[in-house]
Design a protein around this ligand. Sequence first.
Ligand SMILES: [Zn+2]
Length: 84
Amino acid sequence: MRKIRTEVVIETTEVYVIKHRRLFFRTWCEDCGREVSLVSPSEAALLTFQETDAIYSLMNENRVHFRFFGENIPFICLTSLCLI
Ligand SMILES: [Zn+2]
């Protein structure tokens, strides 16, 4: 008896729209050597589906570029975050 094999391929696409009052801002990143978008650790966690602690770990391990603004508020270079 011949076996008939049927393959079903399902392709899906998801689009996330994140509404936020201030998601990022643009400034110069010394490490990248160009203008980049900076996000807060909580926003970075949201964008990468990680916990905020994981983002702080990346910062402590210098795996992402970051700068402090205002009252020592850290902001992460989105370009470096995307390269992980
Ligand atoms: Zn950078």
